[in-house]
Design a protein around this ligand. Structure first.
Ligand SMILES: [Zn+2]
Length: 509
């Protein structure tokens, strides 16, 4: 080798909820996470922070680490754009990032490969498979040079993705904790592919099934057993990576569903056999339904009963129908309404996204009373607005969430936000000077991560269904090309798989 390998790297990631009428724009990426050039490379060094206020080391740090360990590799930073889950991107935002990728690759000079951190469940108005389009656009510049990509296990696998990408690695933890590890693994495989040390041969299978929530946690039954089998497969030195995608339930794709993907070193038949095996393992867990959640009224009754737990800490309630980290708007007023009406005596903290109400209250001095409509603005067809009167307790212009106003309405403290109202960490409330300790009830709009971050405070966690776009059955409103389990009776995954992959017979025939 006369010169170091040159590998460009970039991220374009967002998980889209097709049921949200709110469009994700370039500003949403810039507000949450956007880095380019030297600043990106700097942020990916091991002792730096890749995604400020969110994650110290993620996929791109992992890739940079792999490149350093491999030696004689120059990492060429393009850009990293990450937005929180939300509605689909508008076409202009998609074109902006696609063009940025093409321009960046053209300016980068001679390249031996490309590393992409993608999500896999991005929706764009008018574009069926946006990540495959990013790969296609990249290929128009780098030709046949190897491409390695990382995905969220909630990604939607498609034939175009499989064909366009040489090296695939998806998260293996849910809730996700292995971003950097996955980046490092994909980086190692990419460098070895470029050097000709391995010859990736991939196979995949796709299942017409939807399943989410509790049964998909990686360290619990039934997924623990499935991942253990995949680990066992990877002990074979011929197997480079095994991936199981569980899809994002509210992603708009006619072939939505779980899928299996296997890459071997030059052994296509082995890849086919193992992909088939993983697909069968996944199909075997399809009837493990997520638990049914409480109604707001049932949750309120449980909070009242939990006297001792409230004394020793707080009760956290997840609004499972308005999960911001799964793309919902965060503006549902259903829990707020019930706790305002029937929750007298319970100090309650509730997050709610409403940029209009925040703007209306922003000039109101702390300590003054105000009357305002909250909710019913981002998705008025699904969410009712509510008229409230209270006292402004605190205001904050936070760099990720945007402007925040805490409004005291009787026993409820409503935290109105301009942006993301997920309340993943206690800091969402405490940065406004609100006490999580003193609260009887703390409402959050994220499904898993709050359980870790609120652990020191929470003595009881409840999940409530308030009817929204992150309900399991809300996904049934989407259009599918095949009968879809569990909405429809499906006895065999293979007919849909063969149609989706465009093959006449399966590998065993
Ligand atoms: Zn995910």
């Amino acid at each position: 080798m006369t010169r170091p390998l040159r590998i460009a790297f970039a991220r374009i990631a967002q998980e889209s909820n097709a049921l949200s009428p709110v469009r994700t724009t370039v500003d949403d990426f810039r507000r949450f996470h956007f880095l380019e050039g030297a600043a990106l490379l700097d942020a990916c060094r091991p002792w730096r922070t890749e995604a400020r206020k969110f994650m110290r080391n993620a996929e791109l740090s992992g890739f940079v680490k792999a490149a350093r360990a491999a030696g004689d590799v120059e990492c060429v930073p393009l850009f990293s754009a990450w937005a929180i889950p939300g509605g689909p991107l508008n076409a202009a935002t998609f074109e902006y990032f696609r063009d940025a990728l093409v321009d960046g690759l053209k300016r980068a000079g001679p390249l031996d490969g490309l590393f992409l951190s993608l999500h896999g469940a991005m929706n764009v108005d008018g574009v069926r498979d946006p990540e495959a389009e990013f790969v296609r656009a990249a290929r128009s510049v780098i030709g046949e040079a190897p491409i390695g990509a990382t995905f969220d296990l909630h990604g939607q696998l498609t034939g175009d993705k499989v064909e366009g990408i040489d090296v695939f690695v998806a998260y293996r933890t849910n809730p996700h904790r292995d971003h950097a590890k996955v980046g490092r693994k994909a980086g190692e495989l990419l460098v070895r592919t470029i050097r000709g040390e391995i010859r990736p041969a991939s196979a995949w299978r796709t299942l017409p099934m939807l399943l989410g929530g509790g049964p998909t946690v990686d360290f619990m039954k039934p997924m623990r057993g499935v991942y253990a089998e995949m680990d066992r497969m990877e002990r074979d030195p011929r197997v480079l990576s095994t991936n199981l995608f569980m899809c994002h339930l509210w992603n708009d794709h006619p072939d939505l569903g779980w899928s299996a993907h296997v890459t071997t070193d030059g052994d296509p038949a082995l890849a086919e056999r193992l992909a088939e095996e993983i697909a069968d393992l996944a199909w075997a867990v399809k009837d493990q339904m997520p638990p049914t959640f409480l109604s707001p009224e049932e949750a309120l009754a449980k909070v009242r009963e939990a006297r001792l737990r409230r004394k020793l800490g707080t009760v956290t309630i997840c609004d499972a129908s308005d999960v911001v980290t799964a793309g919902s708007t965060g503006e549902s007023t259903r829990l707020l309404e019930v706790f305002l009406r029937d929750g007298a005596g319970l100090e309650t903290l509730v997050p709610l996204r409403d940029p209009v109400a925040v703007a209306a209250l922003w000039e109101t001095p702390v300590g003054e009373a105000a009357r305002v409509q909250v909710g019913g603005r981002l998705d008025p067809a699904r969410n009712d607005g509510l008229e409230v009167e209270g006292v402004v307790r605190a205001k904050l212009d936070q760099d990720v969430v945007g402007k925040m106003v805490a409004l005291q309405v009787d026993h409820v403290t409503l935290v109105l936000t301009e942006g993301m109202a997920a309340a993943i960490r206690p800091a969402f409330y405490t940065e406004l000077g609100l006490s999580v300790w003193k609260a009887d009830v703390v409402v959050v709009k994220t499904l898993f991560p709050f359980r870790i971050f609120f652990l020191p405070y929470s003595r009881l966690s409840l999940y409530v269904k308030t009817e929204g776009i992150t309900d399991f059955d809300a996904a049934y409103q989407l259009d599918f090309a095949d009968p879809m389990h569990p909405r429809d009776a499906v006895h065999d995954w293979r007919p849909a798989d063969r149609r989706r992959r465009g093959v006449e017979r399966d590998a065993r025939a």
